[in-house]
Design a protein around this ligand. Structure first.
Ligand code: NIG
Length: 412
């Protein structure tokens, strides 16, 4: 017999399902949610709530989907405090710092990498994250990238191959491109659901990025792009052209880039497409690198599908706090609270291809959709110690997440 749990007396419920509630976010007041096993079984007015084996009184507080963090780099060792201090003293971020973490990661044992990942995943959970992507990219040899993917698969909900992070120190760029599109990709492919490339000056240029995206697609793998982080460049246009799931960073976008992202979801320059490219903004990274904030307001206004992610990594964004990212997107990037909450939940799910039932997790299990509070969806929820999601931006810096359920199990 599958046990049921009723979360009752919810003051404000964000469903992200406009058939269930009003406004952006499909909000309901005085609501209840029934969980049956790993899934949501019923959502509606508290006055009509069905009976359940167990009942939790939310005492008028806000309930919403757990955060879906679609961009992290959590398999690493060491930190880069000195680099951060230098940056805060005026130095610019450069991709070359990645090699510092590559050296520390290669020198670490499996147990050290797993323990560090567990620490970071635990921090993220306590802050309301229930679904998390993480990338390889600090190994950059065949053996170290395979090891990173294996470690990631023990705890992440999606694993992305980022062998094309930088060309490792002392390696010939042409030989490395052959490796990353050949032997390394073949070795990692069974362990990952997508391939990513850092398309930027100091990392991979347009021709190299094209080759990586085309090789990945030929092997049936989804793609993502790190684009337009350090300057204007081809990353966004390449991601849209190749039908990548997302392009992430986006501090330096032209109006044409924004139009391409918006157009990727409908009648754009390439005609009607079934699925577009999500524009993923990384507010904590923009702040930590003192780079321009991604134009999230313009992207939403243009009709792009926007996700917010933490980009947790030791170089550019050493935080997994999605609450902080949501507050920053509201206070600094001009999104409304409802837009930011949607981008950090359903937006992330779309960027990961997890907004529909049947996505496969790294352990090979088919999973229900995430990012919504709707019958049939995975019961991934967070209860705030606040009456409304508005408090996430109204009370910046406060940890408001009080309880978290992942697949129906209370984890915080
Ligand atoms: O997403 N931009 C490339 N990769 C990471 C930074 C990695 C690092 O500096 O260690 C990012 O910001």
């Amino acid at each position: 017999m599958v046990r049921t749990l009723l979360i009752d007396n919810i003051g404000e419920l964000t469903t992200n399902d406009e058939t269930l509630g009003s406004g952006l976010g499909g909000r309901l007041a005085d609501a209840a949610v029934l969980i049956e096993g790993e899934r949501i079984a019923w959502v509606g007015p508290a006055a009509q709530a069905p009976a359940a084996d167990e009942r939790i009184d939310a005492e008028g507080r806000a309930l919403l989907p757990g955060w879906v963090d679609s961009h992290t780099h959590m398999v690493f060792a060491g930190d880069r405090t000195a680099e951060f201090e230098a940056r805060m003293a005026g130095e610019a971020y450069a991709a070359g710092g990645i090699n510092v973490t590559v050296n520390a990661t290669r020198a670490a044992s499996d147990a050290e990498l797993e323990a560090n990942l567990a620490r970071l995943v635990g921090e993220a959970r306590r802050d309301g994250t229930t679904t998390m992507e993480t990338k390889t990219g600090y190994g950059l040899t065949v053996a170290d990238e395979v090891r990173s993917a294996r470690v990631a698969a023990t705890q992440a909900d999606a694993v992305t191959f980022l062998g094309a992070h930088v060309v490792p120190a002392g390696v010939d760029p042409a030989a490395y491109l052959d490796l990353v599109t050949g032997k390394m990709l073949d070795a990692v492919a069974p362990l990952v659901s997508a391939v990513d490339v850092f398309c930027e000056s100091g990392a991979f240029d347009e021709a190299q990025t094209r080759r990586i995206l085309e090789t990945a697609a030929a092997k049936g793998l989804a793609t993502r792009v790190h684009g337009n982080q350090l300057g204007h460049g081809p990353g966004t246009q390449l991601a849209v052209e190749h039908g990548s799931l997302s392009v992430d960073h986006l501090g330096f976008l032209t109006d044409d880039d924004i139009a391409a992202l918006a157009g990727s979801w409908g009648e754009g320059s390439r005609g009607t497409v079934a699925r577009g490219t999500v524009a993923t903004v990384l507010p904590a990274c923009d702040l930590s690198t003192r780079m321009p904030l991604a134009p999230a307001r313009k992207l939403v206004d243009a009709g792009a599908v926007v996700a917010i992610a933490s980009n947790c990594n030791p170089g550019t964004s050493y935080t997994s706090s999605m609450g902080f990212c949501v507050a920053t997107a509201v206070l600094q990037m001009g999104l409304t609270v409802q837009e930011a909450v949607r981008a950090a939940t359903l937006g992330g799910a779309i960027a990961l291809g997890m907004h529909e039932d049947g996505w496969i997790d790294p352990r090979g299990a088919a999973q229900p959709r995430v990012g919504v509070v709707s019958p049939g969806a995975r019961a991934d929820l967070q209860l705030l110690n606040a009456p409304s999601v508005t408090h996430l931006a109204y009370r910046p810096g406060m940890r408001l997440t009080e309880a978290v359920w992942k697949a129906g199990t209370r984890v915080v």
